[in-house]
Design a protein around this ligand. Sequence first.
Ligand code: KQY
Length: 352
Amino acid sequence: MPAEWSPQSQVWMLWPERPDNWRYGAKPAQGAFAKVAAAIADHTPVTVGVSADQFENACARLDPRVRVLELSANDAWARDVGPTFVVDGHGGVRGVDWQFNAWGGLAGGLYQPWNRDDQVAEKICRIEGIDRYRSDGFVLEGGAIHVDGEGTVLTTEECLLHSNRNPQLNRAQIEAQLRLYLGAEKILWLPEGIVDDETNGHIDNMACFVAPGQIALAWTDNVDDPQHACCQRAWDYLQAQRDARGRALKVHKIVLPQPLAHTAEEADGIDIARNAWPRRAGARMAASYINFLISNGALIVPAFDDPADQIAANQLADLMPNHQVIQIPCREILLGGGNIHCITQQQPVGRA
Ligand code: KQY
């Protein structure tokens, strides 16, 4: 699996519409998704999959450079339901089609059914005419892994060892699956992700590679915030690790925004549904600047109307000086349970 800073041929997204996850019929979220798509389109072609019912609306709201395709899904998390693209030694691009269970199936998953989501990776591979590896019997989401493109995978114990993903597999067996599908040689296991992350601690909200041997880690100095201990445990773990090439890791702290919670008005704008995760006023959201996309020389980074927005942008610009940092207001995406990295899936350039 190439690193995210490798050249990309396109980025895939899905169009939000389900009213039991996105307030006010998803209109505010659609505006935010459209801004993300337009920002990416300045650097990389974007394809957005939409339902038949939303086709006309999405075409009207999305930047005309965006390719819009009818593609059914249960929600809009392209990172998790799209293929994880891998490249072989000859430059051939293929897709890994992870078995998907809506972040926990019937034991804490976020909605049901999830059958359309579980078909998205196959549909994208068919559209692109590329071969696909289906991981039947092994559940994973794309947001649960980050790679350095040189054999190292970064993940969390909280997610991959959770009993609602692959209870039949132990750590060594899960590592074997990551080696098999991703060509990984070394797996780095942070203990946890961001507090109250409804994905069970996806790595893409907590830490990511910014170069081989270098990791950006979400950080708070506030010792009264339960997040602080999680950040400290991740820091301590990474200090003692080496990557697949034997390098010690350089870890960069990236500020977190102040704790953010659903307001009463926001929670009230969401349809109440038995088969979807409830939204309650006052519930903390898993806000993090780490949930950004790297795409062909750009960093598309969330903003939360928080004093830390500018600090985070500056920190990331310092870490990736050959990249342009573009910040997009993302509270409406955060309200749905994720952020920019979660709603995008990059497709690497291959060679014929
Ligand atoms: O963060 C993600 N990768 C997905 C979050 C899904 C939330 C569904 N409500």
